[in-house]
Every structure is written in structure tokens, then in C-alpha cells.
Ligand binder design. Sequence first.
Ligand code: ADP
Ligand code: ZN
Ligand code: ZN
Length: 733
Amino acid sequence: MPPQDPQSAPANGIVHCAVPAPLFEALDYAKPTAVEGPLQPGTRVRVPLGRRSVIGVVLSTSQHSDHQDKLRTLTEILDTTPLIDHKLLALLQWAAHYYVYPLGEVVTSGLSPRERRGEPPALTGLAGIELNQRGKGLPEHALRRAPKQALCLRLLQKGPQSFETLEQAGVSRAVVRELIAKHLVMACDIKRPSSIQIKPHLTPTREQATAIAAINQIQRHFSCHLLHGITGSGKTEVYLQCIAHVVERGQQALVLVPEIGLTPQIIQRFEQRFGPVIAVLHSGLADSERDRYWAMARDGSAAIVIGTRSAVFAPLHNPGLIIVDEEHDASFQQQDGFRYSGRDTAVKRAQLLDCPIVLGSATPSLESWYNAVQGRYHLHTLKERAGSALAPSKAVIDIRGLDLHGGLSPTLVSAVKETLAQGQQALLFLNRRGFAPTLMCHDCGWVAGCIHCDARLTLHRKPPSLRCHHCNDRQGLPIKCPDCSSKRLVSEGMGTEQTEMALQSLLPGTRIIRADSDSMTGRHAMTHLALELESGEPCVVLGTQLITKGHHFPKVTCVGVIDADSLLFSPDFRGEERLLQLLTQVAGRAGRATLPGRVFIQTRHAEHPIIKQVLERPYGEVATQILETRLNAALPPSGALAVMRCDSRQLQQGMDFLASVVKSYQPQQCRLIGPLPAAMARRAGLFRCHLIIHGKQRSFVLQAARELAKRAVHSNTPQGLRWSMDIDPAESI
Ligand code: ADP
Ligand code: ZN
Ligand code: ZN
């Protein structure tokens, strides 16, 4: 051991901190001598880092450091009590380790935006005002010429009042502003009423009752439940009743939903049952809103926290239950930066908290299905739709050789006409927005491609343009072919704009609603669509993936998949699973209550096994069959995968970098595939390549991933090159 320098010797202890920097390990700092007593894990400190001063989070303290001789001293202690409790801290440290991502950057996921900046947590009460010293000393008659102000004063003499109560009593914000200007009142934070009024619930069906009883029975201990219920079978009602059970005894529930599932309607449904005790966390919030909800989750003033993926790291005061709705949804997977699975992290969190977790879906992921089949998860099935709805009839339309209008076969068109004639609604699914996916020269075969990506440009009519759906690049329409100057430019294939035009001419006078990401802009677009359909007016909705999630439309009785072929033959190993989920979800939109539904799938591959089976067999059976082929190939959920990804300015540079990282490395019990260019090697101007780590056992794959990350950290990274590790990747192409 080197002789210690008495100047920098840690007379007062060492603090191990996570700091926001691309480091896989904690940094050690000396505690200032003036500070007495231990520093608690989960508190924030200000520390020097290079020439900067940053906010770190204390992980632990000790008397020893491996870097004893070059320790720097932390400069400020920001909290007296931890902002991240020890169980959340353990989860964050687990996530950084498991997903092979820099520790400090993961740990800040447990803080709200203002907390990351070093500011105190937001106030959690209701915003309001109270009298200041001057206001308290004011004589009765002082404001008699301003009756509204006088009224406000009288209310405040009883105590602080929230803006809400003042408004209900007829005192507007303008009146409050005048009192503030007169220096009579000041802003304050008013504690929320703590008792929760839970509204009565629906009488559960027999299947719902069984699931609720089973979940409630194992309360207070870890158990994982898979709630497999077809669309509209009442899964949300099961969640609500389990949450009621937890909230009644003073505990909190964390509910994770897919990006698109967090609509005002779902929040309203929770609020109707539980009142205004809900914190909502999603990416569309202003920082100040996020700050406040985050603090409400932490101090328990929110009994229920509903959020998208990143809410899995929200602090919770007294958690008793976690729910992941539509657990198969791809939006639970973070696809860049800190790549993690919100669902898997939620399961880990429930384990650390020792509380139950419910994963719900009409089309469970094969990961969860496998766990249920193996008995690790409790499986609860809701086979019937709540309120006596009938199962839809399903048919394949073989479109080989048929004359199509805007992609629509005569059979599908007449089914839609019948539906409208009966005063009902139809929903058509087409997975491509725009007018046509390709613009081509009729004379020389030139195809309009993106200059930044290995991708074709999509032709749009509204407004006329060529757009790249991968990098959002946009250009005007060419008048002639850039290669041969011919003016005969033609479109190929079908997009939603084109089918919309065809529908308008085939069904004159019918309301046609196009629902894709071009037409559905703004957070409330989906809600408006749902409300419009709720009215029951006959219409046709033509939509992309957007309409397969989040909402079901109870008055739709006819559903058509316009082009199932565009979904077939995916190069990814999850292709069949995704196809099955998508077709099942689309089909699930048809027929509710007393109106029987019909589903049509158009294809040129009517004999494709998944397409046939979606029609004939229940989801679970087909899923089990796909599962078998995965298990035979030792692919997830049985084997494990990790992908080391690399972005660089030149493809060769990335390939060389990955090759140098794996050079002379012999992983134990797994194989390395690559380096290979990604399926779309160039995207938004960057070249992408990767290296796949595949093994039968997860522990060996993780070990290899960590070793390769370590080598990458210690190798020379060329300028502009970025690499990352993707554990349990959503895609391996
Ligand atoms: P899911 O979440 O599975 O799609 P929901 O919970 O939204 O299903 O239920 C679908 C519809 O059925 C909703 O309108 C809901 O109010 C109704 N519903 C659910 N459970 C019951 C029940 N036990 N009795 C009557 N109606 C129910
Ligand atoms: Zn040409
Ligand atoms: Zn592009």
C-alpha cells in the first residue's frame, strides 16, 4: 500500500457516489471534516468531477477507498433524508449492472428533473394562498370597496385556502393577483385530504372474481400473475378492484401502461373510482408537472401512480401492488441510450419490494407465456367478454389475381357496405401511412431513396412530398427522373392516403376517418376519435398500428386487415410472435355487446400457418406452438441474447471497432455472431453494425456482455463512434 498523504487522508470517511458521467462504477469522495455523522444512501451531494461540479447520489459510505491517495472532497450535502430509498436504490443499481449501462446515468432515473438539477423536491400539496403578517393585521372594513377581495380576505381569516376552493367560492385568480400585488397574501402549499373515497365497483364476472381473489390472496408478498384476457374481457376492472384492496389499507399501486395507452380516458376511469389521488407520469409532461407528481409518489399523497415505461423508477412511499397493462407492448422497451425493459424491471422491483405484480394482456409476450406455462407465474384467464358480447366470425380473403380498389377486394368492400347499411361501423387496418411506399421511374426503374438511410422514400399526397419514415427527411416531388429525365414517374404499393381516396369514391357520402400518425397529431387525437365512434354514427376508420392499441371501439362490428402480407416474413426471430399479436389485437376490435362482429384478413399467402391459425385457434394454443420452435432453437425465452451495437460515420470503422473488441476473446458457453451490418445499415446518416451474443444460459451471456463492455471501455474509441449494449433486445437485426 502506498504511504498515505496526511493532507488528503480521509479522516472523516469515504462516500461512494453515483455521478452523471459515462462510468460503470461509483466514484469515491472524502466527506468534509466539518460534517458529523454518516451520510445516508440515497441523499444527493454536490461533488467535483473534472472541472465541473455535479449532483451525485450517495450509494454507501465506508472508511476505505481504493483511491485513497487521490480523493477529492464533496462540496455540499443537499438532503437530510434520502430522496431514493434503499429498495429503489437497489433496483437502480441492479438495472445498471444487468443492462450494462453507466451507473450514475441510471441512478438519476430515480430523480425528477428539478432534483437532478440539485433543487429541493417539488411541493406536493394543493397550490393556494394564506395571509401574511400585513394581511393578518388588516381591519375588517379595509377592502369594502372591493367586495371580491373582501370575500377572499374573510375566507383566508379562517386559514389557508387552495385556489380550487377559492374559485368554487367565486374568487378568481385575478382577485388573488390583486391581493398579492397589495402585499396582503402569500403563496402556500396546502396538504391534501388524506382519506380516499372509493366508489363502488362493478359486480365481477365469475372469471374476474377468481382472478381478483387469487391476486388479493397473496398480497404483501412477491408473486407474479399473468392476466390473459381478450380485449374487452374486463382486465381493467380486475386491476381497479385489486388496487382498491391495496389502497384501502393505505398502500400505493404503481400502474405501467404503454405509451399510447395513457389516455385521458383511462385516467378518468381511475379518477372516477378513486378520486384525485393519482400521479400521472409520461413523456409529454412539462418538467414542473413531472416534478410535482414525482414528489407526490414519494410522499404518498398519490395513492396510485400511473405512467409509461420510465415510471417504473418512480419513488414510492408505501407500495403494495404493481400492474403492467398490455405487457407485450413494444413501448415498454427503451430502444436507445439506457436500453431496458420496463416490464422486466417492474418484475424485479416487485421482487425487491416483496409485493405482487400483475401482467395483463390479450396477447401475452412469449416470455410471460413461458413463465406461466412453467408455473413460475400464476395464470388467470378471462375468456369471455364482460357483458355478454359474442366472439367474432373470421375469414381469410385470398386476393391473388383479384382486382383491388385502393387495396380493397370486392368481398371486403361489400362487407363494409353491409355494415354501414345496418347502421354500424367498420375498421380497416393498413400498416403503411402515406400514399404509396415507393416512387419509381417507369422507363429506367429508378427508385426514390433517402440520402441519409438505406430506405425508400414514401410518397405523400397531403401535402405532396417524398418522406423518409426513418429519419423524417422531407423533399418536394421530382418532376422528372433524376437518372433518365423521363417524366413517367409511377407509385407502387398502397398507403393509407390512397386507400382513403378509394373508400371515398367507393362509398360516397360516408364518413371516412383516417387514423395514422400523420392525421392523429396532438395528445387528445385518440380520445376525440374514441368519442366520435362512441356516438355510434356509421363510419369507416382506416388506421395503422395506432388503432390496434389502447382503445377498443365498442360499436365497430366489421374489421378488415387490408394487407397481412406486409407483416409476413420478418427477418427477426420475433416476427411470428408479433404477427400473431397484431392480428389478434386487430381482430379483437370487432363486435361488442349484442352486435356480432366479423373479421376479414386479406392476403396472398392464405396458407401461411399463422394466418390460418389466428382464425381457427385460441391465442394461447398458437403462442405455445411458436414457443416450441423458439425453445428448439434456444432462442428467448429459453436461451438468452445480447447485442452489442455500434454507430459510426463509416461502416468499416464500426466493424473494425467491434472486431477489435472481440479479438482473441473466447466466451464461456455462448457464441458470438458478427460483427455484422444491421438490417438497415445506414440510418439518419450513421452506419450501424452489431455483434450478437447468444447462449443457452443467461448468466453466461451476461458475463460475456460485461466482459465485452469492459474491453470497449478500455479500447480507443474513434471520434464520432458510439457503442451500447442491448440486453434481452427487442430486435436482433
Ligand atoms: P379490458 O381492460 O380487458 O379491455 P375493460 O375492463 O375495459 O376490459 O372492460 C370492458 C368493458 O366491460 C368496459 O366498458 C367495462 O366497464 C365493462 N365491464 C368490465 N367488467 C364488467 C363487469 N364485471 N360487469 C359489467 N361490465 C363490466
Ligand atoms: Zn428514369
Ligand atoms: Zn432517411
